[in-house]
Design a binder for this molecule. Sequence first.
Ligand code: GLP
Length: 244
Amino acid sequence: MKIIHAKDYADMSRKAANIISAQVILKPDCILGLATGSTPIGAYQQLIKWYEKGDVDFAQVSTYNLDEYRGLLHDDPQSYHFFMRDNFFNHINIDLSRTHVPDGSTTDAAAACAEYDRMVAAAGYPDLQLLGIGNNGHIGFNEPDDHFSAGTHCVDLTESTIEANSRLFDNIDDVPRQAYTMGVQTIMYARMIVIAASGEKKAQAVRDMCFGPVTPSCPASILQLHTNCVVVADEAALSLCPEA
Ligand code: GLP
């Protein structure tokens, strides 16, 4: 893993956006794996600014998002479909028909997940996968477990994730209990992974990811085995990694 030190959230966002924009410039029809959560918002904002200045062109880019809450319609403001349009897609020249997010509105979980896997595989997997990390070391919605997951599947969210994500809902009871997520194996197929982390709350997870054993109890630790993984983390997120 290559660890890139950022000063703070703004610096982390610019550094992550720089890597993503380099990917788009090098391969204009690249496939980006994208993430939601608070972490990537600054990087998306930076990419929007560079798009507006004419520095980066998304016309031929395709995207596959990691995950979606089960049971939310695409227009639900809490859905990741909505999040991606609101925070990124509506502000750049991407062709919306090339953007993909697992379909949380499909009640047939097995069919929704199998279809998403089929699409990601047919596309050839992301050239670059952007990730955030959960406080408990989850990636996408792959929660700590006794095994690493393979393809897209339906997960029961842990209480700690429900609580962490409840800050974005009016009420904790509104947070869906399940989600569809790309599996760890699918994530590992990306040719490059950029995982961003900011803030003290992520410090233990970042330490476990980078310096702990590779174990499904910290799903992000599998990234140690990826051949091209870059961690972009700020000082607070790296505060428990003096060796970094
Ligand atoms: C959610 C998402 C993850 C994200 C994580 C951290 O659970 N499914 O993809 O990485 O939250 O979110 P945040 O960046 O808001 O801390």
